[in-house]
Design a protein around this ligand. Structure first.
Ligand SMILES: [Fe+2]
Length: 189
C-alpha cells in the first residue's frame, strides 16, 4: 500500500532509518517528498548570516545526516560535488536555484583531485520553489544559490546519506579543485 501522508522533519528522520540498505535515490526522495515541517520545528535551526549561507545540524547518525540551510538573497554555495552520498533537498521557503556543471567533458571529473584543474562547463539549471525536491548523487556537480531579486530568504533541508565528510569544490574561473570539510553549526536548543 502506498501512503502519501505528510511527515514532520522528525518523522522523515525516523522514516529514513527503516528504508532498505543500501539507500536508493528514489526511495529516499519518496520520503523527503512527504516532508511538511511542523509549526516551529525548524526555529532552533534557522541561522541567517550576512557573511554567507549556513548549515545547521538537525540530525547526525552513522547512516545519514539532516541539515537545515539558510540563505540570504544573493548567497551561494561553492560549485561542489557530493562525495559518495545521495543528497535529497527540500525547499521550505523561498526559491532555490541549482546550476549543474560538467567537468572535462566526462561529466563528473572522476579521479580529479585537490590542486588539479578541470574545465567546467555549465550543463543546465533549475529553479525550485517551496515544497519542491531536488536529489543529486555522488559526483554530480552543482551550485545552489538564492538569487531572489526581491530579497526573500531561502530555507532548505538537506538529507545526506551517508553523512558528508569532505567534498570537492571548484573555482568557477580557473576550475581549480580543492577538498573542503563543510562547516556545520549546532542548533540553539
Ligand atoms: Fe549540493
Amino acid at each position: 500500500m502506498t501512503t502519501t501522508s505528510t511527515l514532520s522533519l522528525a518523522q522523515v528522520r525516523d522514516a529514513l532509518l527503516i528504508l532498505p540498505q543500501p539507500f536508493q535515490r528514489g526511495a529516499v526522495q519518496d520520503v523527503v517528498e512527504r516532508l511538511q515541517t511542523a509549526p516551529g520545528e525548524l526555529d532552533p535551526y534557522l541561522n541567517f548570516s550576512s557573511s554567507g549561507y549556513t548549515r545547521t545540524q538537525f540530525y547526525h547518525g552513522p547512516l545519514y545526516e539532516i541539515l537545515v540551510l539558510c540563505w540570504r538573497a544573493g548567497q551561494a554555495s561553492p560549485i561542489h560535488d557530493h562525495a559518495a552520498s545521495i543528497c535529497s533537498m527540500a525547499v521550505i521557503q523561498g526559491t532555490c536555484s541549482s546550476e549543474v556543471f560538467h567537468l572535462n567533458g566526462d561529466g563528473h571529473g572522476q579521479g580529479l583531485q585537490a590542486g588539479e584543474q578541470a574545465k567546467l562547463e555549465p550543463a543546465g539549471s533549475a529553479s525550485c520553489g517551496a515544497g519542491q525536491i531536488l536529489t543529486v548523487e555522488g559526483r554530480d556537480i552543482h551550485r545552489i544559490s538564492n538569487r531572489d531579486d526581491g530579497g526573500e530568504d531561502l530555507v532548505t533541508v538537506h538529507v545526506y546519506l551517508p553523512p558528508i565528510l569532505t567534498i570537492r569544490c571548484f573555482d568557477e574561473e580557473t576550475g581549480l579543485c580543492r577538498v573542503t570539510e563543510p562547516r556545520t553549526l549546532m542548533p540553539r536548543l
